[in-house]
Design a protein around this ligand. Structure first.
Ligand code: FES
Ligand code: FES
Length: 171
């Protein structure tokens, strides 16, 4: 049975996107199947694994829990849009601290880490582990994911210090 399609307008990774979507389409499927943004993974479709985590209006959201039509008008960042001039501190830290093995959960882990690093004062190890509660990783035992997020806070801080020194004309 064909569903009628509804127009949606979103900003995805800085680009305005206008599409007609079926009302039943999950945001994660819209990103992957309609826009070919396959960096966002589907691990379960039932809000268990966190592999589909993206930033929706700057909040970390499991994109299998949202219909594409519900995201109409929103600003979305996926893992493809995270790198700007340089790797995001979380990407750099995952590379440095070996925060991944098979990579299946990694887009979700990185987007959750980006949310934490962008929005919070550095969390304790316990705080990071609490935030990782909604992410299932079958490989790493979470140790290197936690270390990576801790390191990402440091990298963010180092970059901010360099920027402020440069703004003051030091160095
Ligand atoms: S695919 Fe969304 S939580 Fe698993
Ligand atoms: S790195 Fe394999 S599931 Fe997390």
């Amino acid at each position: 049975m064909a569903f009628h399609r509804i127009p949606v307008t979103l900003t995805i990774n800085g680009q305005k996107i206008v599409r007609d979507v079926e009302p039943r389409t999950l945001l994660v499927h819209f990103l992957r199947d309609e826009l070919n943004l396959t960096g966002t993974h589907v691990g379960c479709d039932t809000s268990q694994c966190g592999a589909c985590t993206i930033l929706l209006d700057n909040q970390a959201v499991k994109s299998c829990t949202v219909l594409a039509v519900q995201a109409d008008g929103s600003d979305i960042l996926t893992v493809e849009g995270l790198e700007q001039e340089y790797l995001h501190p979380v990407q750099e830290a995952f590379r440095e601290k070996h925060g991944l093995q098979c990579g299946f959960c990694t887009p979700g882990a990185i987007m959750l880490g980006a949310y934490l690093v962008n929005h919070n004062e550095p969390l304790t190890e316990e705080g990071i582990r609490e935030q990782l509660d909604g992410l299932l990783c079958r490989c790493t035992g979470y140790e290197n994911i936690v270390r990576s997020i801790q390191r990402a806070y440091e990298i963010m801080n180092e970059r901010q210090n360099v920027q402020s020194q440069t703004a003051k004309g030091v160095g």
